[in-house]
Design a binder for this molecule. Structure first.
Ligand code: NAI
Length: 322
C-alpha cells in the first residue's frame, strides 16, 4: 500500500504485525519515527493498523498516549507494506516480530541479510532464542542483535539488548540510544546467556514459588500475594540490589548482616520442579477460582492488568527519584 512514509529515509521497519509488532510500531511512532509495518499476511497488517488506530484513540482520550504528537499525527506515521524489500528500504532500524520459531526467524534474517546495506540495524524481538543461533553466518552479523521487549511493551519499558559475539559495539550503542529515544528502558547484556536476564530472574522466582506450593508450605493464592502485595510493591521502583542497599546501611552493611542467612536459606532450595502432575492441577484449580480460564475472562483480566500497568507507568514517571 502506498503511503507518504513509504520512501522516507531513516525510518523503522517492523516485520510481523502481531501483538509485539503492533506495540513496537506505536512506540516508534510516539517518538516521531516513520514506521513501515510488514507482515506476510496482508489481512493481519490491515487488522493491526485498525487496532493501533483504536488503541491510540483510547490512549489519547485517557491522557496516556506517549510522546508529544497527537494520535492522528502518530497514526499518519505508520504505513502498511506488503513487500519486504519496500518495507526495509531506507530504514535505519528493522525490528523483527515474527513468531518464536528458530527456523522461521533464521530464514527471515537470511532474507534481510541479502537485502539490506551496511547502515541498518537488524533487531530481533525474540524472547529466548540466542543471537548465536539467529545470526551466525550472516554477512551483516555486526549489525544484528536481540532487543527483547516485555509484554505489554507500551507500559512496561524494559528492553534487553543481547549481542551476538560478533555484533559491533556501535550496533548496541545505536540501539540503546534509539530505545531511550522512544521512551523505553534498555539494558545491555555483555554476552548472550540462555533466558537473558529477565527470564532467568523470572524462572528463579517461579521455581521457588512452585516448590513452596508443592511442599504445602503456602497456598497458591497466598504465594501470589507474597509477590503482588510484598516484594513486587518494592520491585516496581527499586530492583533487588538497590533493595539490599536500602535495607541496611548500604550494600556492604547488608552483606555483612545478612549473607550468612541468605546462604543458609539458598542451600535449602530444592531441585528443578517438573511443573506437571498433581501440583500443576492444584495450582490450575486455584488460579481458576480467581480467574476462570475461559477466553473472555482471561482477556478481561489481561485488560485489567494492562490498565494497572498503565497507571503504574504514569505513577513511576511522576515519582522520579529524589
Ligand atoms: P504473534 O503471533 O502475535 O505475531 C506474529 C506475526 O508475524 C503474525 O502477524 C504473523 O502473520 C507474522 N509472520 C509470520 N511469519 C512471518 C514472516 N515470515 N514475515 C513477516 N511476518 C510474518 O507473535 P508475538 O506475540 O507478537 O511475538 C513476536 C515475537 O516477539 C516473538 O519472537 C516473541 O517471542 C517475542 N515476544 C513476545 C512477547 C509476548 O508476550 N507475546 C513478549 C516479548 C517478546
Amino acid at each position: 500500500m502506498a503511503s507518504p512514509a513509504s520512501s522516507a529515509p531513516g525510518g523503522v521497519a517492523v516485520v510481523g504485525s502481531g501483538l509485539i509488532g503492533r506495540s513496537w510500531a506505536m512506540l516508534f511512532a510516539s517518538a516521531g519515527f516513520k514506521v513501515k509495518l510488514y507482515d506476510m499476511e496482508q489481512r493481519q497488517v490491515t487488522y493491526a493498523l485498525d487496532s493501533i488506530r483504536k488503541e491510540m484513540k483510547l490512549l489519547e482520550h485517557s491522557g496516556s498516549l506517549k510522546g508529544s504528537l497527537g494520535a492522528k499525527e502518530q497514526l499518519s506515521l505508520i504505513s502498511s507494506c506488503s513487500d519486504i524489500r519496500e518495507a526495509v528500504e531506507g530504514a535505519l532500524h528493522v525490528q523483527e516480530c515474527v513468531p518464536e520459531d528458530l527456523e522461521l526467524k533464521k530464514q527471515l534474517f537470511a532474507q534481510l541479510d541479502g537485502i539490506v546495506g551496511d547502515q541498518v540495524v537488524l533487531s530481533s524481538s525474540s524472547s529466548c532464542l540466542l543471537p548465536s543461533r539467529l545470526f551466525s553466518g550472516l554477512v551483516h552479523v555486526k549489525q544484528c542483535l536481540v532487543a527483547h521487549p516485555v509484554n505489554p511493551p507500551y507500559y512496561v519499558p524494559l528492553v534487553e539488548l543481547v549481542p551476538h559475539p560478533e555484533t559491533a559495539p556501535a550496533t548496541v550503542d545505536r540501539t540503546y540510544a534509539l530505545m531511550q529515544k522512544i521512551g523505553q528502558s534498555p539494558v545491555r547484556l555483555t554476552k548472550e546467556v540462555d533466558g537473558f536476564a529477565l527470564n532467568r530472574l523470572q524462572y528463579a522466582v517461579i521455581g521457588e514459588a512452585w516448590r513452596l506450593v508443592e511442599e504445602g508450605v503456602v497456598s497458591p493464592g497466598d504465594l501470589d500475594l507474597v509477590m503482588s502485595d510484598g516484594l513486587g510493591m518494592r520491585y516496581a521502583f527499586t530492583g533487588p540490589l538497590e533493595t539490599m542497599h536500602l535495607n541496611a546501611e548500604g550494600m556492604l552493611s547488608y552483606c555483612d548482616r545478612y549473607s550468612e542467612g541468605m546462604k543458609r536459606v539458598l542451600k535449602t532450595f530444592g531441585p528443578i520442579p517438573e511443573f506437571s502432575g498433581a501440583t500443576a492441577e492444584k495450582v490450575h484449580q486455584a488460579m481458576c477460582v480467581k480467574v476462570p480460564d475461559d477466553p473472555e475472562r482471561l482477556a478481561a483480566r489481561r485488560e485489567w492488568r494492562d490498565r494497572c500497568l498503565m497507571r503504574l507507568a504514569r505513577l513511576k514517571s511522576q515519582l522520579q527519584p529524589q
